[in-house]
Design a protein around this ligand. Structure first.
Ligand code: NAP
Ligand code: GDD
Length: 370
């Protein structure tokens, strides 16, 4: 019988790549989608099948990590063999603006899901495996690099503190209740589907719009931070591999290479024969009260036990993102040239585009913190 997976955060970057991977392996995939007044399924629309078709293997359900009752019901209804907890308020800077909400979703939400998984296993007698999306942000100010499974955590944001809580709850469910539960400690991973307010995508989106005359400046914060950037498509493979092992364990997933934001700017603008120094401006709003200066992972354990390896370098990743965003910018350019107003995200408008932000867009409070 086909295996069944339940994915929280299916509408996010990683959720979309993991869904592709699992459908390709013949799984039935059940995804948890938050109710919203607008469509949020853009990243998985290409995978969606109308429920009236035959052999439908992608099933979407409304749910929220804040809703424990709903999570219990979803476990019973979907009867998954594997649960991937990818849902999160995942923006570090935003977590300083919304610390309690972030903790409720990331920390307590994970605990609610773990409890739903445990109860389901105990009541149904079925085996179930659990993956927790832990983060390299948990290392925080511990700049002893490269960071491995043995490196102590020193979280530097409400987001990272919440992830540390979820990490230990996952381990405690393994040790206290014998749950097959794994933490993937993933370092930064990006793609053309990356949210537009994370620094890599913000840069590739802006550089390509600048190239086509749709924008004239890009506002950023700390250019000296260093990150270990890999490709999201590679990283979801590691998530799946963790749940296929004989014993549950925790693994760092990283490329082992790290680069500064400045170097990523060099690479992205360089792909377009532009000099970023002409366009990039500093905006203190993008600084964090406490910064994580250096993340560089040691994924030796994943290499040895999972036979996992990254396949995309930072330069290749950057090129992939620039190419995709250039196609997006070309579509915008065609609309502008045809006399149609374009609907660009506020973040892009805020970065000095033409035309200037409307009063409505300027009043959106969330934009100030990205
Ligand atoms: P993402 O693109 O921000 O996606 C987050 C997902 O969580 C979205 O589907 C979002 O739904 C959903 N979500 C948010 N709050 C929720 C709630 N209360 N209940 C249910 N769903 C909720 O994040 P990502 O980059 O794919 O990352 C996936 C996971 O890995 C996250 O937990 C993140 O913290 C963690 N992580 C990411 C990285 C990275 O570099 N990407 C590295 C380490 C760990 P909407 O679409 O409705 O917003
Ligand atoms: N977002 C953003 N916007 N970051 C900026 C900017 C800016 O304008 N200017 C400089 N940066 C710097 C940040 O200060 C940070 O040091 C670095 O760029 C990366 O920022 P993000 O891309 O927002 O990612 P992150 O490292 O904070 O968090 C991501 O990776 C974590 C894993 O380490 C997120 O995906 C988290 O969910 C994930 O856990």
């Amino acid at each position: 019988m086909a295996r069944r997976a339940l994915i929280t955060g299916i509408t996010g970057q990683d959720g979309s790549y993991l869904t592709e991977l699992l459908l390709g392996k013949g799984y039935h995939v059940h995804g948890v989608v938050r109710r919203s007044s607008v469509f949020t399924t853009e990243r998985i629309d290409h995978l969606y099948q109308d429920r009236h078709e035959t052999d439908v293997r992608l099933h979407l359900h409304y749910g929220d990590l804040l809703d424990a009752t709903g999570l219990h019901r979803l476990m019973t209804e979907t009867q998954p063999d594997e649960v991937y907890n990818l849902a999160a308020q995942s923006h570090v800077r935003t977590s300083f603006d919304q610390p309690v909400y972030t903790a409720e979703v990331v920390a307590v939400g994970t605990l609610k899901l773990l409890e739903a998984v445990r109860d389901y296993r105990d009541l149904s007698g079925r085996a179930v495996r659990f993956y927790q999306a832990s983060s390299s942000e948990m290392y925080g100010s511990n700049s002893q690099a490269p960071q491995s499974e043995r490196t102590p955590f020193h979280p530097r944001s409400p987001y990272a503190c919440a992830k540390v809580h979820a990490y230990w709850q996952t381990i405690n469910h393994r040790e206290a209740y014998g749950l097959f539960a794994c933490n993937g400690i993933l370092f930064n991973h990006e793609s053309p589907r990356r949210g537009e307010t994370f620094v890599t995508r913000k840069i590739t989106r802006a550089a390509t719009r600048i190239k086509l005359g749709l924008q004239n400046a890009l506002y950023l914060g700390n250019l000296d931070a260093k990150r270990d950037w890999g490709f999201a498509g590679d990283y979801v493979e590691a998530m799946w591999l963790m749940l296929q092992q004989d014993e549950p364990d925790d693994f760092v997933v990283a490329t082992g290479q790290c680069h500064s934001v400045r170097e990523f700017l060099d690479e992205a603008f360089g792909c377009l024969d532009l000099d970023w120094r002409r366009y990039v401006r500093f905006d203190a709003r993008y600084l964090r009260p406490t910064e994580v200066n250096l993340l560089q992972g040691d994924a030796a354990k994943a290499r040895e036990r999972l036979a996992w390896r990254p396949t995309v370098t930072m330069a290749e990743l950057c090129r992939m993102m620039v190419d995709a965003d250039l196609r997006l910018a070309q579509r915008e350019r065609a609309l502008v040239d045809a006399g149609h107003p374009i609907d660009v995200p506020y973040e892009t408008l805020e970065s000095g585009s033409i035309p200037p932000p409307s009063p409505k867009a300027a009043s959106q409070p969330v934009a100030a913190s990205k």
